[in-house]
Design a protein around this ligand. Sequence first.
Ligand code: SF4
Length: 380
Amino acid sequence: MERTFRIGPIRPPSEAESLLLQVTNGCTWNKCKFCQLYRHTKFKAYSADSIKADIDNMVYQAQKVEKYRNSNGTWDIDGLNRALMEGTDEERQCLYMMANWIIDGAENVFLQDGNTTALSSGRLTDVLIYLRQAFPTIKRITSYGRAENLAKVSPEEFAELKAAGLDRIHSGFESGSDAVLKKINKGVTQQEEITAGKNVKAGGIELSIYFMPGIGGYELSEDNALGTAHVVNEVDPDFLRIRTAAVKPGTELYDDFMSGSFTLCSDDEKLLELRTVIDKAKGVDTRLVSDHIINLLQDVEGSLKNEKDKMLDIIDQYLAMPDKDRRMYQAARRMVRVSKPADMLRLSAEELHRLEIMAESVIDPYEWEVKMNSLISRYI
Ligand code: SF4
């Protein structure tokens, strides 16, 4: 009998090394205009028994991995590689994930998919306790949750989830502006975000929220920045993760862009949104994190309490660059050649020449943004 477990498609970049435990499949909402992740997946919340059966199979796979641990703590990698060539694709995939996790110390787990908190608190608590008992080495368990659902969970219920072992919730707020949330059909209001964020934090669980500069388009650029700054100041999240907006073919937002009802922001306008959010932060103990290739300036990150000036300086220095240099940098960044302007000095004269030709080949500023959007939309 196959002893495998389900593995869903999505996890945050910060959970790249985590064990993935799928407790739901798909998303309860599935209607955000920029997202097509689960469009063909009907949402399903698994029963506690079904999730526990997966955890039992994880334990079985972990025991298989442990057979290759030498008495001095090193690993018989050749033996493990041979084991990884046996069985079905699914068995190999499960063993591979478990081997990586165990060898890395078996510390972090991410509960999938798009909205784990759609599960009742009781069922989630039951699963968390079972998981912690199965793997006592676990240090951190995290999950995704939609603000709409999080807002309905009381601080007391979050405290119970924390006691059972849930440490952090990631939530894609995307924007704090009601106008933007409506435009992208997020199905959540600013007030729900604030209630959700406050309840999560009051329950003692870490909160990581996502902000998308540019997701309201040119028309709502200022709204996007000011609304998000307001939510950040109200909620004081532990992490504010930046996901610069890109409009991807196949999404409803792309249809809006093609029909002219959504105007792309330029890279500079998106940076100005980020600048406003940083500048307006008041006393929050939030860490701004830039952990995705779609962000233009990778090193704009740090504490909103102690490193505001450093982050604002990086943005201002970039914005003060001549137009052609900014375009050349944007193109190089979108081709994953650089992560900050200083990296341009490492490029060869030949490469710089090609970037220069590219930067000068497009006269119309909006045509340039369309070109940059087509480059970054490959990464989402
Ligand atoms: S809530 Fe998240 S997963 Fe669901 S449609 Fe929106 S962005 Fe996609």
